[in-house]
Design a protein around this ligand. Structure first.
Ligand SMILES: Nc1ncnc2c1ncn2[C@@H]1O[C@H](COP(=O)(O)OP(=O)(O)OP(=O)(O)O)[C@@H](O)[C@H]1O
Ligand SMILES: [Mg+2]
Length: 300
């Protein structure tokens, strides 16, 4: 989802909680999120802290149901945290801030089926005070950047899944965001297309000089793409590990994955996730799922 004109208000009051990363572009500070209320209240995230720096690529990994999407929704201002806060460029976020674009997993739901590729891409630019020529230029650039030149007049159903997801990415890019947030963006496509879209995202990050925050449950994907991997786990979930990948800026699907450092980081993260899931018993997971208060031991 790209914020519409009415969603772009940002609270300008002074931050009330001390920032741990003053140069962060997007930051979660002691972020807590619970769903429901009273007996049905379930705390999904507790005391989540991390920051995304300018032009950094951070991947968030964690088990299914841990709260990754909940975290992204809080970070993008689509959900209000129950406690703590989110800051975008130092300002507290209370609705999707301008300068931030989101790509979701399910392209079939995020694209409007009755609009052509170019009109889908241009949608978030409408009402932004950008001239028609300026909009057309941004659309053409984004179309070319994702390799969809020649398909501008097609409808989404005339494209493959991978191409539709390219449209969703192009739409986010046409908005020229300083932060691109992606929730399992390649989970609905085949392995080959996934690898192509991963490389496309790395290339676009350079071209558009954007910071990227990407959620995935695929550890290999996280290590391959990012500068830093943030592991969330526990019930309720918090940041349980942060790994700098230290793999350099240039990545290659074959060569990078053969590097000893790649194997090392991957193993560390997998070990952490496995250990966490062993420590969280099926009973604890069920308690969280049913809305009971999780027992003390799991609240890490
Ligand atoms: N709107 C909601 N109301 C109540 N509970 C919710 C809501 N959205 C998510 N949940 C619950 O919060 C927990 C975390 O969900 P979330 O979608 O954030 O997990 P996730 O890590 O993104 O999972 P997945 O990897 O499967 O996408 C789940 O137990 C889910 O059932
Ligand atoms: Mg999710």
């Amino acid at each position: 989802m790209i914020p519409g004109p009415s969603d772009l208000s940002e609270e300008t009051d002074m931050p009330s909680i001390e920032s741990t990363a003053p140069d962060a572009i997007l930051e979660a500070i002691s972020l807590t999120k619970a769903y429901g209320s009273g007996d049905r209240e379930r705390t999904i995230l507790a005391d989540v802290n991390f920051a995304l720096a300018e032009q950094e690529f951070v991947c968030v990994v964690g088990h299914s149901g841990t709260g990754k999407t909940t975290l992204l929704r809080c970070l993008t201002g689509l959900l209000s945290p129950t406690g703590g806060e989110v800051r975008f460029r130092g300002q507290r976020v209370s609705s999707p801030p301008e300068g931030l674009a989101i790509v979701f997993q399910d392209y079939s739901r995020s694209l409007l089926p009755w609009l052509t590729v170019e009109r889908n891409i241009g949608l978030p630019l409408e009402g932004k005070g950008i001239s028609r020529a300026g909009q057309a230029e941004r659309i053409a650039h984004a179309v070319a950047a994702v390799g969809l030149a020649g398909h501008e007049r097609k409808l989404p159903h005339e494209l493959s899944g991978g191409m539709q997801q390219r449209v969703a990415i192009a739409r986010a890019l046409a908005y020229q965001p300083s932060v691109l947030v992606m929730d399992e963006p390649f989970a609905s496509v085949d392995a080959q297309t996934r690898a192509e879209l991963e490389d496309l995202t790395l290339q676009l990050r350079e071209e558009y000089r954007t910071s990227v925050l990407l959620v995935t449950h695929d550890v290999d994907e996280a290590v391959y793409l990012s500068d830093r991997v943030v592991v969330i786990g526990g019930a309720p979930a918090s940041v349980v590990r942060v790994e700098e990948t230290e793999l350099g800026r240039r990545r290659d699907q074959i060569e990078t994955k053969m590097l000893p450092r790649f194997a090392e980081v991957r193993a560390e993260i997998l070990r952490e996730i496995r250990e966490r899931s062993n420590r969280t018993t099926p009973t604890e997971l069920l308690q969280v799922a049913l809305g009971d208060q999780p027992i003390e031991r799991s609240a890490r």
